[in-house]
Design a protein around this ligand. Structure first.
Ligand SMILES: [Fe+2]
Length: 302
């Protein structure tokens, strides 16, 4: 279980206890956010989830008609993760043309979903600014942003399994933070998502319909001099006989943002990231692009 935080009544002290290395070394560093969707928005999320299921039912040749484009980090791709296959469709309307949209995914609905995600994102960024005392730096760095939304599909599997056969092995994300939606699934109530806390203990993420799991990622850890730590996560093989669908939102500041000393925490010390990456105290400021943020991940071990 991870802490549940109602975004309508959130208290900044409560957040500090969960998330900041400066005040609490036993925090889970991850939370389940609730209480921000109205009934109309829940219906939109349900419709989008149903569209995703229909999209992934299609033949590979149809899905491959809108392939992943690395320059804008959008599109469809099939890849292997550990022993299993995963498919994903990444999207963000302002970086896409009409040709980038599969016929079975409604661009107008996607745009509404991204607005819901970005609205929640700005509320979180404002809270992080408040926690770290950085004014409106984080909020401003995302106007505009390099945010990306994702539809992830893990096909059902019925073959032999081994003990450490994770459906998606341990890793942390490259960006600032990631939101994982929990939409009612027709297949199983098991999420399979597990997160690692600041003292190395793993926690199962509980099911809470229309909740969002918030995990920090490596660029925020780097930018804040380790004040915020990224959240290693993995997906277990529980309920692997069912298909698994995930809706994600990856938050990243616009290209050209300088990631340097967002806080005075740990300033002047060499930086050892939770994944094992090392940076000297006098490191060059990191200027964001898709490539430079991914470079923070190099050497990440989990
Ligand atoms: Fe991830």
């Amino acid at each position: 279980m991870i802490p549940e935080i109602d975004i309508r009544t959130v208290d900044i002290n409560e957040l500090q206890k969960v998330f900041t290395t400066g005040t609490n070394l036993t925090g889970t560093n991850c939370a389940l956010l609730t209480g921000f969707l109205n009934d109309e928005q829940k219906l939109l999320l349900d419709r989008w989830y149903a569209s995703m299921v229909e999209f992934y039912k299609q033949d590979s040749s149809i899905k491959a008609q809108t392939p992943y484009r690395i320059e804008d980090h959008v599109g469809y791709k099939q890849m292997s993760r550990d022993r299993f296959f995963i498919e994903r469709f990444l999207y963000y309307p302002s970086r896409m043309t009409d040709n980038d949209w599969p016929e079975s995914l409604d661009k107008n609905l996607a745009t509404k979903i991204v607005s819901i995600c970005d609205d929640l994102t700005f509320r979180i960024l404002a809270l992080l600014d408040q926690m770290i005392g950085s004014g409106t730096t984080l909020v401003d760095a995302h106007k505009p942003s390099l945010n990306t939304s994702g539809l992830l599909y893990y096909p059902a599997y019925r073959g032999p399994l081994y003990k450490e056969d994770y459906r998606h092995g341990v890793h942390a994300d490259y960006n600032l933070f990631t939101l994982f939606w929990q939409i009612p699934s027709p297949y199983t109530d098991i999420t399979g998502l597990e997160v690692k806390d600041l003292v190395g203990k793993w926690h199962k993420v509980q099911r809470k319909e229309y909740g969002v799991t918030l995990c920090f990622a490596n660029a925020l850890e780097y930018w804040s001099n380790n004040f915020f730590k990224s959240t290693p996560h993995r997906v277990t093989n529980d309920a692997i006989e069912f298909p698994r669908y995930t809706m994600t939102h990856y938050i990243a500041p616009r290209a050209g943002t300088v990631l340097e000393n967002l806080s005075d925490y740990n300033r002047g010390n060499d930086l050892v990231l939770s994944g094992g990456g090392k940076f000297a105290a006098d490191r060059e400021p990191l200027v964001t692009s898709w490539q430079s943020m991914r470079a923070i991940n190099s050497g990440w071990k989990g």
